[in-house]
Every structure is written in structure tokens, then in C-alpha cells.
Design a protein around this ligand. Structure first.
Ligand SMILES: [Zn+2]
Length: 56
């Protein structure tokens, strides 16, 4: 019996391997940024570590 590892698309990043940055607007940031918007940069998915798939 050979054991096969199944790869499936990562549910966290939907198979892209990247968590896209999110921009948020908040009044409390308006003094810090010109448009009151804070954006997080794109980041490698922590679940699949940027591979885009996970193995069972
Ligand atoms: Zn992922």
C-alpha cells in the first residue's frame, strides 16, 4: 500500500499563496496619513506558506 499525499488548494488564500493587503479607513488615523487610510502589504499565506496548496 503506497500512501498518496493529496494536495488541495489552500482554503485560506484560495490557492493564490498570497494574502492580499487590506486598506482601511479610520478617523483615528487621519492625523497620521494624508487620507486617513492604513493599508497592510501583501503577505505570504501563513497556512500554506506561499505555496497555494496544502497536503492532507
Ligand atoms: Zn494559503
Amino acid at each position: 500500500m503506497s500512501k498518496e499525499t493529496k494536495k488541495r488548494p489552500c482554503p485560506t488564500c484560495m490557492g493564490t499563496g498570497v494574502i492580499p493587503g487590506v486598506c482601511e479607513t479610520s478617523g483615528e488615523w487621519q492625523a497620521k496619513t494624508p487620507d486617513g487610510q492604513i493599508c497592510t502589504p501583501d503577505a505570504n499565506c501563513p497556512t500554506c506558506k506561499g505555496k497555494g496548496y496544502v497536503e492532507d
